[in-house]
Design a protein around this ligand. Structure first.
Ligand code: GDP
Length: 459
């Protein structure tokens, strides 16, 4: 795909592959109406109003459908667009797609509809990227946050920053170009302005880490000795029966992974019980895997059995994870009384260091304490409240913002040193260019292709 490529008419199935109630085929481009007129029985179109009729191939009926027309520029792509809603069987959708292709459209590439929307200025790049984020979001929270960008929250903020930089640059250039008529701006004004704009960029970048965590998710590993209730906890947290739960030690032999939505997508990993030596080969492999999964984990839930108390094996595991972020879940709290909930004291006595470790008492069997554990997990996992996140950014956008920031930092140093404003203007211009990259006003084919490659066909 090339930015300068002439826009031909493209088509794709916009609904997921498989059988469903409804299937949608989308056509976008100059020939969209010509094509539909060749294959549809009811072509008196009014903008945004459904027409009911039949898709036919040489008068052979293919399916009974609804057709929704959009006239350029009032469509998703900014071009003429036709959406055909047909019955959702794999083959009927495919038959219609083939018919559209036969009549002059070409198969759309990944994200090509959205790419056209961007190139036709229906949205800026941050909004186009938000479309991909919404489609691929692993949690409902992230989908909601991405909608903020679709509605232009990041675009507005970047434009605000850009206007401010532009204003400063105009003043500097006016002073340089018309020294007789316009006084060059005061250095104090420049310093103050640069500091202020850098602070605004920092505010957007402050949520960069949180954005990345929300987008990619984190891995949480459940570890502990055999039989302390790791699999039971895994199931309880996920509300499923996937892991095998038995009272024979060493029954979880491979590593199980499932995704849990805690606002942040969490890959929950149930590991085989960590013991010094497995009783057989398979179990040993499981134990090896669990040690590896410790390395991959961003956070660990260390499960111990409150009824048995803490022993050397538990301490050995604690030693293994001591440099990691972890939570202690004291399981089987249902079979002990409140005076036996004293793991903290036991740990304090047994451990050589003075750190007091806090435990959460749970029962994977009865569900006691599980909600609290979820809350602790969420707070540890995010160290951010998703609703407090003002701007969602991706790595590309963060890099552009950092470039802008670095250029402004140079301009700030130069203005503090009262260097020639001609020189300062060079850094200010680079700051603007980096922002143009963010919004997509200055972008290469390669970067664009890379962005839209991550879309699905039909979007
Ligand atoms: P794992 O080897 O650490 O994965 O342990 P499992 O989840 O397989 O559990 C081992 C045994 O402990 C099973 O018989 C479970 O039913 C039992 N168990 C797990 N959690 C609890 C709990 O909270 N309370 C009680 N009473 N038993 C539990």
């Amino acid at each position: 795909m090339n930015i300068s490529e002439e826009f031909d008419t493209i088509t794709a199935i916009s609904t997921p592959f498989g059988n469903g109630g409804v299937g949608v085929i989308r056509i976008s481009g100059d020939k969209a109406f010509d094509i539909i007129e060749k294959i549809f029985t009811n072509c008196k179109f009014e903008p945004h109003r459904f027409n009911h009729g039949w898709i036919t191939d040489d008068s052979v009926k293919i399916d009974e459908v609804l057709v929704l027309p959009f006239f350029a520029p009032n469509s998703y792509t900014g071009e003429n667009v036709i959406e055909i809603q047909c019955h959702g069987g794999v083959n009927v959708v495919r038959n219609i797609l083939n018919l559209v292709l036969k009549n002059g459209a070409r198969m759309a590439e990944k994200g090509e509809f959205t790419k056209r929307a961007f190139l036709n200025k229906r949205m800026d790049l941050s909004q186009a990227e938000a479309v991909a984020d919404i489609i691929h979001s692993k949690t409902s929270e992230f989908a909601k946050l991405s909608v903020k960008n679709l509605s232009g929250s990041l675009r507005e903020k970047t434009n605000e920053i850009k206007n401010e930089i532009f204003e400063v640059l105009s003043k500097i250039l006016a002073g340089i170009d018309f020294p007789e008529d316009v006084k060059e701006p005061e250095y104090d004004y420049l310093t103050e302005k640069f500091e202020d704009i850098i602070a605004q960029i920092d505010k957007v970048l402050a949520s960069a880490n949180a954005s990345n965590i929300l987008r990619q998710g984190i891995a949480v590993s459940i570890v502990g000795k055999p039989n302390v209730g790791k699999s039971s906890l895994f199931n309880t947290l996920l509300n499923l029966d996937r892991a095998i739960v038995t009272d024979i030690a060493g029954t979880t032999r491979d590593v199980l992974k499932e995704t849990l939505d805690l606002g942040v997508p969490v890959t929950l990993i149930d590991t085989a019980g960590i013991r010094k030596e497995g009783e057989n080969k398979v179990e040993e492999i499981g134990i090896e895997y669990s040690k590896q999964s410790l390395n991959e984990a961003d956070l660990i839930i260390f499960v111990c059995d409150v009824a048995q108390g803490i022993n050397d094996d538990d301490l050995a595991i604690l030693e293994l994870i001591k440099d990691k972020k972890y939570i202690i879940a004291a399981n089987k709290a249902d079979i002990v009384n409140s005076s036996q909930r004293n793991l903290e004291q036991q740990l304090l006595k047994l451990q050589s260091n003075e750190n007091k470790l806090s435990c959460t008492y749970i029962s994977a069997l009865t569900g006691e304490g599980i909600e609290d554990l979820r809350k602790i997990l969420t707070s540890k996992v995010c160290e951010i409240e998703p609703d407090m996140l003002e701007y969602v950014t991706n790595v590309r956008q963060q890099a552009c913002l950092s470039k802008t920031r670095a250029a402004l930092e140079q301009a700030l140093i130069a203005s503090k040193l009262r260097e020639l404003q001609d020189l300062i203007s060079i850094d200010v211009k680079s700051a603007l260019l980096a922002l143009d990259e963010l919004t997509g006003e200055l972008i290469t084919d390669d970067i664009l292709d890379n962005i839209f490659e991550h879309f699905c066909i039909g979007k």
